[in-house]
Design a protein around this ligand. Sequence first.
Ligand code: ATP
Ligand code: MG
Length: 552
Amino acid sequence: MSNVPSSSNFIRNIVIDDLETGKHNEIITRFPPEPNGYLHIGHAKSIILNFELADEFKGKTNLRFDDTNPTKEDTEYVESIKEDVEWLGFHWDNLFFASNYFDTMYEKAQLLIKKGKAYVCDLTPEEIRQYRGTLTQPGKESPYRNRTVEENLDLFEKMKNGDFPDGSKVLRAKIDMSSPNINMRDPIIYRISHSEHHNTGSKWCIYPMYDFAHPLEDAIEGITHSICTLEFEDHRPLYDWFVAECEMESIPRQIEFARLNITNTVMSKRKLKLLVDEGIVDGWDDPRMPTIAGLRRRGYTSESIRKFCREIGVAKAGSTVDAQMLEYFIREDLNSKAPRAMAVINPLKLVITNYPEGQTEMLEIENNPDDETAGKRQVPFSRELYIEKEDFMENPPKKYFRLFPGNEVRLKGAYFVKCNDVIKDENGNVTEIHCTYDIETKSGSGFTGRKVKGTIHWVDATSAVPAEFRLYEPLILESKDDEEEKHFLEQINPNSLTVMKGFIEPHFKNAKPQDKLQLFRHGYFNVDIKNFTEDNLVFNRIVSLKSSFRLK
Ligand code: ATP
Ligand code: MG
């Protein structure tokens, strides 16, 4: 990425200050995902913040997989995360795995034991919870707290060698059981887990806890500013304690900012995984998912996501962003880029009875009315067309300006047609409408004889290409990002996907996956990358055309 001027924020000010006072000569940031799911748009905010900050001040950014929890992590996630970061437009200076530091972490834990700052504890997980106390009550010291250094070193080594079953022992920091900050009440440093790790295999059966591992990872890499989300604010004293007591040479500074939340969206890998596992969506890249892979398949461009993330800014106070704001940025981006096309997604046959049978003429229609350089394309027109079912009503209400018996409308880019007859099946459903056209009224001919109030779109029935149109609604009905799983699964919108079978003008029969179009009156669409074949075009609606949303 080229140097992008970031809008100012409190983290940027800290960085500027640290460079000006000479505290640092170079800044190093990192993006540290746990590979236990695909990245979502919240992660994009963090990626953009970390990479652009380093980039602006000619620093470095590491991509570091925080893989300290063997049971949840997978190489599929590692690969998807790399792909998504690159697609967003960023290049890491180093690619690291926290699991590569397991040896150093083990040594640092031994150092803590030797300094009398850590001990092996045999309390059960439930007892540890009880002994921890509450916000109003101090904790109670573990009966194992005063084991000797020798005993602790010996037990810790045995833990590492696999002599004890899962959950039977932990290594804990010896800090202060009466600290008002519960995180400081002898937190767990290592736990036993006899499970296969995606990177280290079965080498280890003890794994470091996040609060211990993360500050060491940052310090090992020489990270200057370790940016994380607000829920870690209360963990900062512990972060600093581990860096100091482990005698790390380089001292990183943790800075917290508010995580991104979006209305009608869940933004937690745990919940997103549940949607995938329960089969509520078609994988992590389902176009309804707020994952980067889902947004990409839906048709969002990386540019629109970057602009959105810059606009929402970086703050200390949590808030929920209106989903319409994200839609605003993709409309902005595609308005100038996406060629226009006509497609009918819910077809009704229209026959022009006075148009010569067997004749086809080519009409010239502009590719983008807002951009002359986009040129024009040839659109075939003949006696039989498809229009939208909703563009015809047999008994219209007042102010309905589209087709109804006796009414005349303009066919976009073509002629005026007037409805004369309605053909129905035995059940009374309209199957065809018969019109006559007026050859004088051809678009672009300068005809001024009379005016019509409605313009409708159409495709030529003989040459149009059959296509599938997928229309989306929010996946979650309520914006509340409730912590309770049950509650969230009850909020799933049953109508989040509607599949329509229709037709698109023949010009687009060679459309490629990820091509983006503006379909007249329907919105912006993206050619699906997964279910796309040559004879089955699938178009995902990215957004409709209009919204009342305005940027403040
Ligand atoms: P999740 O709850 O979705 O699993 P996480 O924070 O556990 O999120 P990590 O893989 O640990 O996921 O996150 C990597 C980085 O992305 C962290 O620095 C984290 O703070 C940041 N991040 C995660 N979610 C958001 C969000 N909604 N907004 C901003 N940053 C986020
Ligand atoms: Mg996590």
